[in-house]
Write a protein that binds this ligand. Structure first.
Ligand code: FAD
Length: 450
């Protein structure tokens, strides 16, 4: 019986295993050095914040794997002998495979800062990182201040985590406004305001110079590169992005760049060895997409795709329209399609932006200046329906159509005050138009017709 080995029990590896099982009776082994069972990485913050126990982040019961004849192996793969098709583990064991799927995820970036390995320096990626955060920042007596370095999505999650235990936080962000390389300026400013409103000591245009230690090798303070200011703290969170977790492949025959290079069918340069999820880099990026996309849903799609290729017929990776969601303290964020920051706007990209006066809700719609086609939407504090935007992007709807039908896409709880009249009013005034809101029609939502 063909043996499929999968390194990584995250969303990508586990999706591949589940789908291979659905499609075949092949022998499947899933390997991970991190945890015995698959868990939802995106929920780690809620464990620290006391909203759930770690056990609740595991979507499947422990018996699921045995019942489905998926063997789970805890261990760290140190090397791959691609010629003999053998995995070599750090404890000296080895495992033979017929086909291999690499789903090894990401690791947090460290940029060689002095003091970056001191006791009390943490990040937020693996379960072990969460355990370290719990050890070094259990409360605001043992941790008088935490400093976070790097202003992306994981940095703000860590800030919210410390904040939930009343630990004062200083947040160093390289840009002049939070996440301004990704968000259009109005939104970036709004979230900058939200961070400060929550009492976070946000330092913009500030880089880390070094982390100082006390006599026992614990974090004592940090120094800001630009000003030389020293800030006393007990914990430093390094959240300056992630990169593919592929260090162990250094001496293998597998071709790598930033990630493991794959074709559109997710196969590496070695036949029968595939890479999926955060660790995979497309040799030629899918049109309009980045070669590496470290998000949950693309990992899931790659897992399904590789299972098809291995069990049925070769299938090309097709990620669909880009989407993502996050939460910035109390403000929910969703994005569908592409809305670029001013710095990365495409030549023909134009934006329409609306913000509520209380600065807790806003949206930006991107459209093509010439064709008026809808390109994407960002919403903050407003929930939208994913399937509707997918459809409108598929159907190449115009910005006018999207604005007139915005209420149909709304997914806020019942009786939630919506602001589509104000939104449309602003657009009409700015563009000298007289568009009118179309009433919500439930059949349009449920039948997905329009
Ligand atoms: C705090 C946080 C919040 C996030 N929030 C969101 C979100 O809201 N939305 C979103 O889309 N994405 C989010 N992401 C990103 C998302 O979680 C990742 O894109 C996704 O989990 C990656 O899945 P993966 O299966 O590719 O890899 P991983 O989940 O990283 O799994 C890889 C596994 O392989 C193991 N492994 C690696 N090398 C070896 C080896 N040599 N031997 C044995 N085992 C090995 C690793 O230890 C790990 O367990 C978040 C990430 C983090 C850290």
């Amino acid at each position: 019986m063909e043996h499929i080995a999968i390194i990584g029990n995250g969303i990508s590896g586990i999706t591949a295993a589940r789908h291979i099982r659905k499609l075949s009776d092949k022998k499947i082994t899933v390997i991970s050095s991190e945890t015995d069972y698959f868990f939802s990485r995106t929920a780690l913050m809620y464990v620290y914040m006391g909203h759930m126990k770690f056990k609740h982040t595991q979507p499947y019961e422990d018996w699921f794997w045995k019942k489905n004849e998926i063997t789970l192996k805890k261990g760290y793969v140190e090397q791959i002998d691609t010629a003999k098709k053998i995995l070599l583990f750090s404890d000296g064991e080895n495992l033979k495979f017929d086909k291999l799927i690499l789903a090894t995820g990401s690791k947090p970036n460290k940029f060689g800062w002095p003091g970056q390995d001191l006791k009390g320096v943490v990040s937020l990626y693996h379960k072990q990182d969460l355990e370290a955060v719990e050890t070094y920042a259990p409360n605001n007596t043992d941790c008088k201040r935490a400093v976070i370095v790097g202003g992306g999505l994981i940095g703000i999650e860590l800030a919210e985590m410390f904040h939930s235990r009343h630990i004062p936080v200083t947040f160093l962000v390289r840009e002049d406004s939070y996440w301004s390389a990704i968000l259009p300026s109005g939104e970036s400013k709004m979230i900058t305001h939200e961070i400060r409103k929550n009492g976070i000591d946000l330092r913009l245009q500030s880089n880390l110079k070094q982390i100082n230690s006390d006599a026992n090798g614990n974090v004592k303070s940090i120094v800001i590169a630009e000003t030389g200011e020293e800030i006393d703290c007990n914990v430093v969170g390094l959240t300056a992005g992630v990169s593919p977790n592929i260090g162990f492949l250094e001496h293998s025959e597998l071709e790598t760049n930033r990630g493991i290079l794959v074709d559109r069918n997710l196969e590496t340069n070695i036949k029968g060895i595939y890479a999926i999820g955060d660790c995979a880099e497309q040799r030629i990026a899918v049109e309009g997409r980045r070669p590496i996309e470290a998000v949950w849903y693309t990992g899931r799609i790659m897992g399904e795709t590789v299972a098809q290729t291995i069990c049925k017929k070769e299938t090309l990776y097709t990620p669909g329209h880009w989407f993502n969601s996050a939460k910035f303290f109390d403000i929910e964020y969703q994005t569908y399609g592409w809305v670029n920051s001013e710095r990365h706007m495409k030549p023909n990209e134009a934006h329409f932006h609306w913000m509520h006066p209380d600065q807790t809700k806003c949206l930006t719609i991107a459209f093509d200046k010439t064709t008026q086609s809808f390109l994407g939407i960002n919403t903050f504090g407003i929930r939208m329906r994913h399937e509707i935007f997918n459809r409108w992007l598929d159907q190449n709807k115009s910005i006018d159509y999207v604005l007139e039908h915005l209420e149909i896409a709304n997914f806020d709880p019942e009786f939630y005050k919506n602001h589509y009249k104000e939104v449309l009013g602003k657009f009409n005034a700015e563009h000298h138009k007289n568009l009118r809101l179309k009433k919500k029609n439930w059949s349009q939502i449920f039948t997905l017709k329009s």
